[in-house]
Design a protein around this ligand. Sequence first.
Ligand code: SF4
Length: 613
Amino acid sequence: MTICGTFLELDLEKEQVELKSWEELFEEQLGRKKSVRELMGGFGRGLNYFALLQNSYDDFAELCAICTGFLTGHPHFGLPMTCCKTAVVFLSPVKRKGERYGISFANAGTNFGSEVKELGVDDIVIVGKAKQPVAILLDGTGETVAMELREFDPEAQVFDTLERIAADYTYETVCAVGPAAFKGVKFASAHFSTPLPGKKFGLPRAAARGGVGLVLGAKNIKVIGVKGVDEKFPKPRLGEEEKRLVVELNRGLAGAATEKYRCGGTWGGNFDFLLPAKSLPAYNHGKLLGEEAEEVNGLWRMKCEENGLKVEDEACSPCPIKCVKSVEASDGTLWRLDYEPVALMGCDTGIFDLDVVLKALRLANAYGLDVVSTGSVIAWYFEHNLRQGESPTFGDQHALLDLIKKIAVREGIGDVLAEGVKGASEKLGDVDIAMQVKGLETAGYPAWSNPGYAFAVRGMCHTSMETYNVAIGRPDKVHELEWWVATLKKGASDAMLVQSGGFCHFARKVILPALPALLELYTGVKTDKDEIDRSGLQTYILARAIDTVAGFDRTDDALPERAFRCGTTREWFELLKDRLYAELGFDTTGRVTTGTLKKHGLAEFARFLRLCG
Ligand code: SF4
């Protein structure tokens, strides 16, 4: 087994920690044995805590769950590589409907999840709010797990916080937020330490999207440190044949299916894919660039390397893909270049100077900001100013760095931009150029080719609906209704499986087909592809049911104005909604009903969610 069946409940008001069984909790409340979706873990299991324990939807700080997947772990425990993901599940401050908030998640890949399992638990559920900003230190090296709360400076930047926790308290596996989380910035993020062989820390990884940092800040959590022991990790017993399967999978991870990410990283791989298709979004998604656009040369990896720039490969866990590509700026600033951050902080703001983009990314991470949302809100502001004949506008490098600081401390215009694109455009005007869905700023793929943005759990996000680039390579299919209905259904299921199992998004082509075999290997439960796919779709439906209770409906399944080009029309989009809702069993207003829950094998949640129909 690679799961413990237990979770830690941290009550910050009572300053108590309690070990509980999620298997018993779910069985008692739902009146049945654990399901495949719950075994998979991550976002899928995290939703159960919200369905069963959440009291209201108008306080995003009430509950927060840190959930591992059944594969979260380390190769030395017998797991495949790339299985380093942990999902934080929360009500998102940006996903707001009236006074209520919708469900979301943020995922990060480091050894944090593995260390959580070394406490002897699968998940950490946090209720209440600490009296002052604290570091929560969870020590599972003894028989039980002890919790200590230490007062901590909320203003400390992310990197200093990680160093101080390691130096003062000897915790090296840490999740921390920056000052932005305590200033009320809507898109504050959480950052996970990355121990590297021979160094104290590598570049931290962010659980970035949806305002997870603000949720932790609102609970007065500055840091969560975990320290466990190998013996408590629920280890699988693998025979020779099972070991061969894992070796085979690791070979696959180092093979053709991951070549794009291995060779170019997400940065290089996506530029090389989007530029020939004339689909690289830039200038607040106002333009789509191709190879002939000269400005892209400053950021296109091929050209950077021709200019002698040194790109180093790094992995965030034992991983043969090593998609993380680190680059050193002229002043010695070192940061990794992942596609979304480069696209939003660089191309979208009209800044194509790699040096400046590196500095901007490092700065935003130090303050604890989601770099994708930060780039997007600044891009919107630049275009808003261009329309008004004001400055700063696209390409202003000094303004980019200055605005990041102002947003993080909510100073001057930064106070407005800290509300995100939706809030800022509602206040200042120009909502028609606000690149957001359900309050979440855009990912780095064109909106016209992905109506899936409208239906994704997190909002305008590419990893909660696996449809972000399918139509770029299939222009013949872009407006084919039935193809989209099938693609969205599969895209929702696949995305939810990736966000639940504990493996990396970039390993999905190898791990997804192997899930039935892996689930049996590590949990003893026999299943098949159909049941796995059904459990992925159940996760999507349950998230949608929680959002229905929070008040979300058809009107929130929207696309930004810039999606309606290249032939995508509003009429077609409304037809797509009708067909998709019918296929998934929603009512015509896009709401989940008790009938929908029954159709998807989730009837036992009806009495907790109190839906109509
Ligand atoms: S593919 Fe990239 S993000 Fe995923 S585990 Fe490997 S190095 Fe980390």
